[in-house]
Design a protein around this ligand. Structure first.
Ligand code: F6P
Length: 517
């Protein structure tokens, strides 16, 4: 055992003892015994505030969880990240997504930014539509930003995305557009991704007048047919799911008003400074990572739901899913040793209030507790002014209902007060009771500005990294997606008339026979 292993084992023993201490404590009780609980469990970072007081922990537990960070050498790993050291050890790469959004970036980064801005200015008058093709990290980030910052979109430029290799997606993406006034942007870090290239071939054949590419393999983009002057490079030290700050978001530079993309980068850079400089005890991404770890590994909640109470953030859960699960959905430590504890929860979610009318039933009364992360926009909102209070009322009500619940006895008394018979009330009470005592976090953006959005997304990136450090894994590779890709290539050949692989299993073979056209 290494010194780190021994320190981690010791820290986990203490964390487990804290979990046992709090196991049977009702969340409401934690408030009763600490009058300053809300203040002491609320943390600020640029553009973002998070209240963890409805989580099952107290200051003492949080201090104990913090010992995991020192045992895992959090400060050292954070320093390595920002020094540009090789933190992605299996691929021998640095992870410098923070450098792409730096206020004073190196010349190669500034050069691409300047070229993007110049291209945007030049192309805008020529086009009335953009088709962005990419998948995973080459799709989810820019798609989210374009949706979230809709009020800052340039009028008269329609933006379409397609990612899926189901042809319906790309067919929808070009439907009704005029190729003579359309810019096709092909985004692929590797420029080898099957889905993106298949979609790109199809749209290129449709004849868009303008073609651009964003990639870390510029020679491949040029060989494919993107004019060299329209190829916008990013670098292998920017991971795909951390790449929205780069030329991957060319669509944002073109379709958002002048300066909006820079403001997004600036907000992210503010969060970078916070994460890099704040000590653990005041560091929002790090504390939030530790609480995720606590919920998952100390309290046993293997999944959580991210619920933005903001329609403009409806695509956040999808982006977050790739970020967290592709980064930390790993089974071994940096040294290749099987993990004793998961490095990542199962992330999912949808926008509130819609989600209340679908899966919140299970969050309130289902057998398993699922911690919820609420995200509200505390700044100005669009649309009818009277809607604003309603959004907040719902978000706060859900968090409060999860926590306080309602006993069956109380449910029964309420029914009787409303005129139900004793027998009827007794029969319905178990169905109408809520255990409560379910944890949540309430987070608020100061506005839905480009800066705040940048800060929020950078917060999640750093939280993901901090969780990886606590678990001792490399969050920057994704070997787990390769096997399926290899098999898909072999099966494609079989579906197109070739022989199935020699070691094919009977189930897949039967499906091949059935689906072969
Ligand atoms: O599916 C895995 C993955 O490699 C992601 O990590 C990446 O974001 C996506 O595919 C797209 O890759 P590329 O940008 O190279 O087309």
């Amino acid at each position: 055992m290494t010194a780190t292993d021994i320190a981690m084992k010791h820290a986990w023993t203490q964390v487990a003892a804290e979990a046992a201490r709090l196991h049977n404590t009702h969340l409401s009780q934690l408030f009763a015994t600490d009058p300053v609980r809300v203040q002491s469990l609320t943390f600020d970072a640029p553009h973002l505030k998070a209240d963890f007081s409805k989580q099952r922990l107290d200051k003492a537990a949080l201090a104990t969880i913090a010992t995991l960070a020192s045992a895992a050498q959090f400060d050292e790993w954070r320093a390595k990240l920002f020094a540009g050291d090789i933190v992605n050890t299996t691929e021998g790469r640095a992870a410098k997504h923070w450098l792409v959004r730096a206020k004073s970036p190196p010349a190669e980064v500034q050069n691409v930014r300047d070229r993007m801005a110049a291209f945007a200015q030049r192309i805008r008058p020529e086009i009335n539509a953009i088709v962005h093709l990419g998948i995973g990290g080459s799709d989810l980030g820019p798609r989210l930003v374009i949706d979230a910052l809709k009020p800052l979109r340039i009028q008269g430029i329609e933006v379409r995305f397609a990612a899926n290799v189901d042809g319906a997606d790309v067919a929808d993406a070009i439907e009704g557009l005029d190729p003579k006034r359309t810019l096709l942007i092909v985004v692929s870090k590797t420029f080898t991704t099957q889905e993106t290239l298949a979609n790109a071939e199809f749209v290129r054949a449709w004849g868009p007048a303008y073609l651009a590419g964003a990639t870390a393999a510029p020679e491949k983009a040029v060989a494919w047919g993107v004019p060299a002057e329209n190829v916008f490079e990013f670098w292998d030290w920017v991971g795909g799911r951390y790449s929205l700050w780069s030329s991957v978001s060319l669509v944002c530079a073109v379709a958002l008003q002048e300066g909006a993309f820079d403001r997004l980068l600036n907000g992210a850079a503010e969060m970078d400074n916070h994460f890099r400089d704040a000590p653990f005890a005041k560091n929002l991404p790090a504390i939030s990572a530790a609480i995720q770890m606590w919920n998952r590994e100390a309290l046993g909640h293997r999944t959580y739901a991210a619920i933005p109470y903001a329609e403009r953030l409806r695509l956040l859960p999808g982006w977050l899913q790739q970020l967290e699960m592709e980064s930390n959905g790993k089974g071994v430590t940096r040294n290749g040793v099987a993990l004793e504890r998961a490095a990542s929860a199962v992330t999912w979610g949808a926008a509130g209030t819609n989600a209340q009318h679908s899966f919140f039933q299970q969050l309130h009364q289902g057998v398993d507790e699922v911690p919820v992360e609420f995200i509200v926009n505390a700044g100005p909102q669009e649309g009818p002014p009277s809607h604003r209070a309603k959004v907040f009322a719902n978000a706060l009500a859900q968090a409060r209902a999860l926590m306080v619940g309602k006993s069956a006895a109380q449910a029964k008394a309420e029914m009787i007060a409303k005129g139900a018979s004793q027998a009827e009330a007794a029969q319905l009470a178990p169905h109408r009771g809520f255990t409560g005592n379910r944890a949540s976090t309430m987070m608020a953006l100061d506005a839905l500005s480009p800066e705040a959005l940048g800060a929020l997304l950078a917060f999640y990136e750093h939280r993901t990294f901090a969780q990886a450090v606590l678990a001792g894994i490399n969050p920057f590779d994704q070997w787990g997606v390769e096997l399926g890709k290899e098999m898909a290539n072999a099966l494609l050949a079989a579906l197109e008339g070739g022989n199935p692989p020699a070691d094919i299993d009977p189930s897949t073979a039967a499906w091949l026979r059935q689906l072969r056209t």
